[in-house]
Design a protein around this ligand. Structure first.
Ligand code: VGL
Ligand code: ZN
Length: 227
């Protein structure tokens, strides 16, 4: 696996067609610099994400946003576990491999989309992580690996076969969404210049790249997506 994401083998060009959808993951204030769980440079992809959303929207193709949406006592928060600090490793059913700072608490400004994100272009906003005991990195399935978010049914009833995904974070929610998309039989294009990693614990980025490659996710740059 290349150390540099730029060196990934990637698709040179894709023409969009009916049956394609865009999934923009967790472009929320708490994942931006200055937020509760900041992803370094998370804000610099906003303009590029808007451009891709406009392309899909212009073609009448579904644009779907996800929103991490936790109760204030969510068990993925280090604050809920005595003696634990954010980013400490932790494994429990549906929680882990690390604990997080309190973030994306439902109804708070941290859970809102970045102010410049053109969220009005979305056909659907799917929330996830609202069950206290279970986290949900993937926008398809909660981390118990059995509770559906409903996204699969939505995509199927709209005749979607290929999904393009981007957003935050590269090594968590975008990664797990791409993996579940493959498991559910969609073609998956991972827009790798429109995502940024949390990069914790160490190795999370290379693991994500390796697993996505093995499961048949295609990597693409935003400029290669043609209307
Ligand atoms: C995410 C950690 C915790 C993400 C959400 O959006 O990647 N990461 N909650
Ligand atoms: Zn979360």
């Amino acid at each position: 696996m290349p150390d540099n994401i730029e060196d990934l083998e990637h698709i040179q060009s894709v023409n969009l067609a009916s049956g394609d959808a865009l999934l923009v993951i967790d472009m929320q204030n708490d994942f931006m610099p200055g937020g509760a769980l900041p992803v370094p440079d998370g804000d610099i992809i906003v303009d590029g994400v808007n451009r891709v959303m406009e392309i899909f929207h212009g073609l009448g193709l579904p644009v779907i946003l996800s929103q991490d949406w936790h109760p204030s006592d969510h068990l993925s928060f280090a604050s809920m576990h005595e003696g634990k600090r954010p980013f400490d490793t932790f494994e429990a059913p549906g929680i882990g491999p690390v604990l997080w700072p309190d973030h994306c608490v439902m109804g708070t400004p941290g859970a809102d989309f970045h102010k410049d994100l053109k969220s009005y272009l979305a056909h659907l906003i799917i929330r996830k992580g609202y069950h206290r005991e279970v986290d949900s990195y993937s926008c398809f399935m909660e981390n118990d690996m059995k509770t559906e978010t409903g996204l699969d049914g939505y995509l199927r009833s709209r005749g979607i076969e290929r999904i393009f995904t981007c957003g935050l974070a590269m090594d968590y929610c975008v990664y797990f969404t791409a993996m579940d998309g493959r498991k559910k039989g969609f073609e998956v294009y991972y827009i790798y210049d429109l995502t940024k990693p949390v990069a914790s614990p160490e190795g999370s980025v290379s693991t994500a790249l390796e697993k996505m490659t093995k499961s048949g996710v295609s990597f693409i740059k935003a400029v290669a997506i043609k209307p």
